[in-house]
Design a protein around this ligand. Structure first.
Ligand code: KDG
Length: 321
């Protein structure tokens, strides 16, 4: 058997499906093709903050697949793709309305559905491996991939972060989604969940009850996001809560992924939970101000200001807790 290629160590690697999303405003027939994938969005956010990241996936060997790979790579991410000559790159549509975004998937035959446990070996060495609850929902083999990532994390030398990312359209019933999600969460090192997802899956967004049901391993962290309301992290049994920046929303898509990237980058930097939450909020505020899923890269002078002191100054200047 040939030896697997040697890969450089990255700060954060992620694995999962990325599609092309044809995105338009409700009622308009003008669509923009944007790259849409929770896990690649996180890898892009990590790179935007100046850290190394890798995204691992399968794509159709087609024009849309090349669009995805080229755009993610152009954002500074090491792209590790297995090209499928038969199955196409997944597609979705997004109609952004004033209240909500309507999403529809055309991914049931996609190349990424064939992701499986063997793909865990393509991740290579990383400080963190980021996975989401979308992957176990796309196919049986992709669900086994998630379990393989958790089981083999020591081989990568990595901690695993898990964003619940509930996509009800992908599950046949929410009870199954809750059971699978809880299982993965208990095995992960960092769990990120939205309060709406927590209510839908576990019937509560109470942080103590979520800590009890989703965590328990030593060193495990839980982050609960609450949209525009303050987010909380539970680290070593201590709850830290930080307000959002209250930014204007053009398209909310990608906010959770950008937040996860900021929080993870804070972990990579060894920052306090408060600073990690702040960096998550800064990235989320940037992505909701643009149409598209990926966070616009901060300018070099903005990057320099993203320090724990700079972030505390920003929060106190705006009178935020
Ligand atoms: O996470 C924001 C979007 O990029 C994401 O919804 C697309 O990965 C996606 C999915 O499966 O919905």
């Amino acid at each position: 058997m040939p030896n697997p290629p040697t890969r450089s160590r990255v700060d954060v690697a992620s694995i999962g499906e990325t599609m092309v999303a044809f995105t338009g405003r409700d009622g308009s027939r003008d669509y923009v093709a944007v790259v849409a994938g929770a896990e690649s969005n996180v890898a892009v956010g990590i790179a935007a903050l100046g850290h190394s990241s890798r995204w691992v996936s399968r794509l159709g060997d087609d024009q849309l697949g090349r669009l995805v790979a080229d755009e993610v790579a152009a954002r500074g991410v090491d792209v590790e793709v297995d090209w499928d000559p038969i199955h196409p790159t997944g597609v979705m549509t997004k109609h952004v309305g004033d209240g909500a975004t309507e999403r529809r998937y055309y991914r049931s035959q996609s190349a990424a559905r064939l992701l499986g446990p063997g793909d865990a070996d393509r991740i290579g060495p990383a400080g963190w491996v980021h996975i989401t609850g979308i992957t176990p929902a796309i196919s049986e083999s992709a669900a086994r991939l998630v379990r393989a990532v958790l089981a083999r994390r020591d081989r990568h030398g990595a901690r695993v972060s898990f964003d619940v990312n509930l996509r009800p359209q992908l599950w046949s019933d929410l009870g199954e989604a809750a059971a699978v999600t809880a299982d993965i969460a208990r095995a992960a090192d960092l769990v990120l969940v939205g309060d709406d997802e927590a209510r839908d899956l576990f019937g509560t967004d109470d942080i103590d009850r979520l800590t009890e049901s989703l965590t328990g391993r030593p060193g495990q962290e839980l982050v609960v996001k609450r949209g525009a309301a303050p987010a909380s992290a539970v680290v070593d049994r201590e709850v830290v809560t930080v307000s959002t920046l209250g930014a204007p929303v053009l398209d909310p898509t990608g906010a959770g992924d950008a937040f996860a990237a900021g929080y993870l980058a804070g972990c990579v930097r060894g920052w306090s939970p408060r600073s990690r939450l702040q960096l998550g909020h800064v990235l989320a505020a940037r992505v909701i101000g643009v149409v598209g899923d990926t966070v616009p890269a901060p300018d070099p002078h903005e990057l320099v200001a993203l320090t724990p002191t700079g972030l505390d100054r920003l929060w106190s200047d705006r009178g935020l807790a």
